[in-house]
Design a protein around this ligand. Structure first.
Ligand code: SDX
Length: 376
């Protein structure tokens, strides 16, 4: 029997050609391209093509891929009607988990597992997830749905459907960078969940639904909402130091810090820090950035020696806030992006599948006789 590693820490459970992480050096590459170059020069659509095809698209290929996504923006009428019936106080992460699952019911062949068909389903889920989130947000505000605009790219169209107004180029670029940075990240818990489910030859709707359920957790994707709640709890920049020390003294985790793999600065956090500062300056939110910066300084002095640094969620919170997203849409933004990575891993798993079935170290008794009820 293999040795036991709690939480599968350090265990290699799959192979991938998509994202590479060096946790000691703080390196992240998508198909060998450093994440910083993709954040600066690429787009979310191009990044998804890169991950799914393990190469960058030629100009015509990117145009075709983007056109395919835009043609799939709209939700089936039945899903639109379903959104109109949802409780207005439903949590957006529960809404996304429910609607991705429901989408499978309006697919003529939901259980297909051949890779070409699964790619098409992945494209549909990726393309219409923004409408799921935007329509629900409009529904809970009592506002009419804003139909997708196929003349807009993924990030621009989402903000347009959400707010009912064409977003500025700066906001579109900022959101697109966030989507690129969040697309894939090795065998994180939600990606592992998707691979475990599809490994039974189940369907992509079940796999992505399982992944959304995993990502909601505050130890995983839900941390970005936790960061914003923390920033709102700290009244002033000056109060940040005591707040952090009080939390650490109680062995509370500071959201947005630490990582199972990174024992150095998360390279995504580096780019998000720059983006957050620029957006905070442009939108009059510098107090928020200053608080974040002070928290980082205090944490650096207190726990950097333990390999605890900011992760992707720490500065994404300020970034999403400055883009104008409500707090409970922060983690759903992670979903919109990570559907790209999850789908890539579903395709990889189907291309060389072996059912996930780890072992367990039984710690209970043996040879116990059954005790009749009247003798218990
Ligand atoms: C994401 O895996 C991925 O790739 C995920 C992700 C992705 O792109 O998919 O990168 C996205 O999920 C980022 C992580 C978001 N989560 C948070 O920010 C929540 C806060 N972070 C922690 O809960 C924690 O750092 C984890 C869960 C992220 C990682 O935890 P581990 O590897 O299980 O480490 P641990 O809990 O065993 O902690 C080791 C030590 C402990 O101290 P000691 O008991 O050894 O004294 O470090 C301490 C912990 O108390 N520690 C923290 C801390 N994180 C770890 N102390 C204070 N604040 C923190 N945030």
């Amino acid at each position: 029997m293999a040795s036991y590693s709690k939480g599968l820490e350090g265990v290699i459970a799959a192979e991938t050609k998509m994202s590479y992480i060096d946790g000691e050096k703080g390196v992240l590459e998508y198909v060998g391209i450093p994440i910083g170059q993709l954040a600066e020069f690429s787009t979310f659509e191009e990044t998804v093509f890169l991950l799914w095809n393990t190469r960058l698209p030629r100009k015509g290929e990117l145009a075709d891929f983007s056109a395919k996504i835009r043609a799939l923006y709209e939700l089936p009428a039945e899903i639109q009607a379903m959104i109109g019936q949802l409780p207005k106080d439903a949590q957006p992460m529960h809404v996304m988990r429910t609607l991705v699952s429901a989408l499978g019911m309006y697919d003529a062949k939901p259980n297909a597992t051949d890779v070409p068909t699964v790619r098409e389903k992945a494209l549909k889920i990726l393309a219409c997830a923004p409408a799921m989130l935007a329509y629900f947000h409009r529904h809970r505000q009592g506002k009419p749905f804003v139909k997708p605009d196929a003349n807009m790219g993924f990030a621009e169209n989402f903000l347009y459907m959400l707010n009912g107004a064409k977003p500025t180029a700066a906001m579109v670029k900022a959101l697109d960078v966030c989507l690129v940075l969040h697309t894939d990240h090795g065998l994180n818990n939600s990606t592992f969940s998707a691979r475990v489910v599809i490994s039974t030859m189940s369907d992509i709707y079940s796999a992505i639904t399982a992944a959304i359920g995993s990502l909601r957790g505050p130890l995983h994707g839900g941390a970005n909402e936790g960061v914003m709640i923390m920033l709102n709890e700290i009244p002033t920049v000056e109060a940040a130091e005591k707040y952090v020390h009080d939390k650490l003294a109680k062995k509370d985790k500071i959201m947005g810090f630490g990582h199972r793999v990174y024992k150095a600065y998360d390279p995504r956090a580096s780019h998000l820090k720059v983006l957050a500062k620029q957006l905070a300056h442009d939108t009059g939110n510098m107090a928020l950035y200053e608080k974040s910066s002070r928290i980082e300084k205090v944490m650096s002095e207190a726990v950097a020696a333990k390999g605890i640094y900011p992760n992707v969620d720490f500065y994404s919170a300020t970034t999403y806030h400055c883009i104008g997203l409500p707090l409970d849409l922060f983690t759903p933004m992670f979903v919109l992006s990570r559907i790209g990575g999850w789908s890539g891993h579903v395709i990889e798993q189907l291309s060389d599948n072996r059912l996930f079935r780890p072992d367990v170290d039984y710690k209970g008794p043996h040879g116990v006789a059954y005790t009749p009820m009247d003798q218990r």
